[in-house]
Write a protein that binds this ligand. Structure first.
Ligand code: FBP
Length: 547
């Protein structure tokens, strides 16, 4: 396989580990934990894995030479650093005992159920160290939730003499990891399950998880591109650029990119929901800024739009809720109908209020909302062209204002969607180190007999030496939420907090950014050079840690 010059040099990078993981390791246990909400329900559903203590690793005098084979699964969307979790896991598993083996299940959780796997060896891992992507073993979105899947998985686990499975995934995948851990514990199968916090979306975080891996690299990649667009925009001074940014629900990615690049406008879905704004309110806000800048002779600008926006506009959110319930109850009759019949079916079954909202949406958007949920029941928002929908509505509003004599200017729009191009970028130094440490922590949790835990690394705004590694019981992050029409135990998603420092920092400056041109050009991720450039963390993380 031919590899790039960067890949060749980068393969030699040795990720840095927290002090506690550099040699022999022992475990310090904290107090018993509680779930974030619905404690009685969660306790009842997870009697074997509820209430366990937080765990922190400390340097020890003598090594634990645990004999253990481990299986690893990459689950859900790609995030930069996944290969380094595997590298950290592999190195630690072999450090514990060179006879230990690591198996990678192929193409996501489905690989466990279908018994598709490879053994990960020093040789085949070498080409993937410090690289982006999940292509070493592939990923998938199969939802592990049924007993027959757990039992099928057990067959291969037994055959390969695997002691534990590590699931590298987002909130949904880690919820499933917890269900699997509980099932194997209840059956006393002696198989442990450990999770690792992955997702570029940045929404798997809480008091214990400072950030999910991949967020750092993905937002730096998007910010580089946004900065380049801003410079182009400020050079030609003739376009308004509408940039949709990935991040299924939460607006963390958009907010972080705004903090890095200072665009003229950045929409934050959580704020729009809190203020109960309509699509028209959003359009009037953007058109107002366009008109203001036009009056100053500036017929250009940059607008950032989080991809999850549509679900957070309250009227559309209510419509989606009802559609979810409708599809959960009648999905089978509905799915076999043709396109027109499906629209008719929906219009006949929706309540009057939601029917009215559905009818006002462009047909393509309405169709996307009523179709194609992913296996976890999510609307596939990355397929909805929100950036075009909004810019077209802004153009119409400006035409109307022109006729009314309220606006004078030229409006020409360009559209971009930054999503997939950030998910497999070569991990930044932060993600390379963070992921390697997460993999090492996962191995230590297994060696110390833990199950139903997620590997964690904290104090990440300090130098890597001072990072603190350990584990958090997954049940601690859970609450009950409605999914596909039923109440289910799930990890609570972290949305942008409107009283948090990152949002407040953005909100304090956005009027200035809208009126003036304050663009910042972050440039590409640097892997070597001054530490102030190549080891910087995200602004979100810094602002959250200094609150
Ligand atoms: P995860 O939550 O699995 O990490 O995936 C995140 C994400 O990249 C979202 O930002 C995006 O909406 C979605 O995946 C796209 O999914 P797909 O890769 O299936 O198109």
């Amino acid at each position: 396989m031919e590899i790039s010059a960067l890949q060749k040099e980068r393969a030699g990078y040795q990720p840095k580990l927290p002090k506690a993981l550099q040699g022999a390791v022992k475990v310090k246990e904290g107090a018993p934990t509680q779930s974030v909400d619905n404690q009685e329900d969660i306790k009842k559903l997870f009697p074997n894995t509820y209430g366990m203590p937080l765990v922190e690793f400390e340097p020890a005098d003598s090594a634990n030479n645990a004999k253990m084979n481990v299986g690893v699964i990459l689950s859900g969307g790609q995030a930069p650093g996944g290969h380094n979790v595997i590298s950290g896991l592999f190195d630690e598993v072999k450090k514990l005992n060179p006879d230990n083996r690591l198996y990678g299940f192929l193409m996501g959780p489905g690989g466990l159920v279908d018994h598709n796997y490879i053994e990960i060896t020093a040789e085949n891992l070498q080409a993937y160290r410090n690289t982006g992507g999940f292509d070493m073993i592939g990923s998938g979105r199969t939802k592990l939730e049924k007993e027959d899947q757990f039992e099928k998985g057990l067959e291969i686990i037994k055959k390969l003499d695997i002691k534990a499975v590590v699931i590298i995934g987002g909130d949904d995948s880690n919820t499933n990891a917890c269900v699997l851990a509980e099932y194997y514990a209840a059956k006393q199968y002696g198989v442990q399950v450990i999770g690792c916090p992955k997702t570029i979306d940045g929404d798997l975080k809480n008091d214990q998880i400072e950030t999910s891996f991949g967020f750092d690299t993905a937002t730096k990649t998007y910010s580089e591109l946004i900065g380049n667009i801003e410079r182009d925009c400020n050079s030609a001074r003739k376009y308004w650029h509408f940039v949709k940014l990935m991040g299924r629900s939460a607006s963390h990615i958009a907010l972080e990119c705004a903090l890095q690049t200072q665009p003229n406008i950045c929409l934050i879905s959580e704020e729009i929901q809190a203020k109960d704004q309509t699509l028209n309110d959003i359009v009037e806000y953007i058109a107002g800024v366009v008109a203001y800048r036009a009056a100053q002779g500036n017929n250009f600008g940059v607008v950032l739009i989080p991809e999850g926006l549509i679900e957070f506009i309250p009227a559309i959110g209510r419509l989606i809720q009802e559609l979810n319930d409708l599809l959960a109850a009648h999905g089978a009759d509905y799915m076999n109908l043709d396109k027109d019949a499906q629209r008719k079916y929906i219009l006949e079954h929706l309540s009057a209020e939601n029917k009215a909202t559905f009818e006002t949406l462009p047909e393509g958007v309405a169709r996307q909302l009523s179709l194609d949920r992913d296996p976890h029941g999510n609307v596939q928002v990355s397929l909805i062209e929100t950036e075009k929908l909004i810019s077209e509505m802004v153009a119409a509003k400006l035409d109307q204002w022109k006729k009314e004599g309220k606006y004078e200017g030229k409006f020409a729009a360009q559209h971009h969607f930054f999503g997939y191009e950030g998910r497999c970028a070569a991990p930044s130094n932060f993600d390379a180190d963070y992921c390697y440490a997460l993999g090492s922590s996962a191995a230590q949790l297994i060696a110390n007999g833990k199950t139903g835990y997620m590997a964690i690394v904290k104090n990440t705004t300090a130098g890597t030496d001072q990072w603190k590694a350990g584990g958090v019981p997954i049940t601690m992050m859970m609450n009950m939420e409605k999914r596909n029409g039923e109440m289910k135990p799930v990890i609570r998603k972290a949305l942008v907090e409107l009283d948090g420092t990152p949002f407040k920092t953005f909100a304090a400056q956005r009027d200035k950014w809208a009126k003036e041109t304050c663009y910042v050009y972050p440039g590409p991720i640097q892997y070597w050079g001054p530490s102030s450039v190549c080891d910087q963390t995200t602004k979100t993380l810094v602002l959250e840690q200094t609150k």
